[in-house]
Design a binder for this molecule. Sequence first.
Ligand SMILES: [Zn+2]
Length: 382
Amino acid sequence: MDLKNLKINSKFQAPPSNVVCRRSWKLVFGALLFCFVTSGCVSLKPHPVSQPIASKPYRGVYHVHSSFSPDSKASLPTIIRTAKQAGLDFVIVTDRNNHSAAAAYEKMKINESDPKLFFGVEVTTSDGHLTALGIPSTPEKGKPSQSTIDGIHEQGGYALIAHPASIERPWTHWDVKNFDGLEIYNFKYASQQNAGMSKAFQKMFSSSNFFLKSLLKTPYTELTIWDRLLKERKVIGVAAVDAQISKSWKSFSDGNFLMQFQAVTLYALADELKEKSVLDAVGKGRTFMAFEVFGSARDFSFTVQDGSNVQAAGSEVSFKEGMDFQVKVPGEAEIRLIRDGQIVQRIQSRDMMHKIQAKGTYRVEVYRKGKLWIFTNPIWIS
Ligand SMILES: [Zn+2]
């Protein structure tokens, strides 16, 4: 893929004018029931037909560096404590070129109620950084990316390109085959690229919400790269905090570890809150991501009914006449349904229904006040 020829897709195609949101009492009732059950207010066993493949989205952050990484001073207890403050279910730690934190975590005494730490590794290749999930040993650093990706797959893991469009450490080899996904957003690099004002803002304002809102920019470049890749094959997207307590006094990130954990959230549609289940959900795209300074995304859903099953992001579903997508958003916002890189429906609402008329790769973006709030991995209709 030639990055120089990328056009930023900021002008989207308008939705067909005859498309309207159909809001019926059934939908409203369904949404209320879903919120009630998933919020834990009741202990009812959900009916399988009315639930997505994974009934509970676990809330976490992806790509955090611990003190076992050469670039961070964040101890494992600090990460757990900060995750608890941020109300997270899990943190995916990806230290640079080593898995030592995983072994140290196994020896720690952990409270059952604490957020869980799961482990991948960020590998330095000759073409940029890759995060590897779900492998027991660390790939050798400095090797060409293709052999590193192949090695990760041989161990049964997932290879995701880190901060692909960052100015400092961009991905340089787009002809590489078979990587599983890429970071659509990386808070560390995105904030550094706006660093002109950011340090001054950070000092001036005590509200991290105000600061984060001022900093966030929709990652059009990465979304465009992703849509191009999706035209060729299945590639999943992820959002990274790339959080660290830096060893460098110059770093933006010093002093506000919690704010980094609040910058962008990853919801994993996993069967259970265990490492394999959550890392599989990330690697297979059973996730949606949210900038929650614009509101909690916990009750968001993007689903399609497939016979008696309801399928969510990351699923592949065979096209049948009469199928609908359902999008439910926990507050009014601009919902965009995107098929093969083009908007096919756009609506300002809390929900959207879309009758599927063609096969394709469908994903959702949700905007508030012109800024990206939530984005999902695709549902593939084949
Ligand atoms: Zn990196």
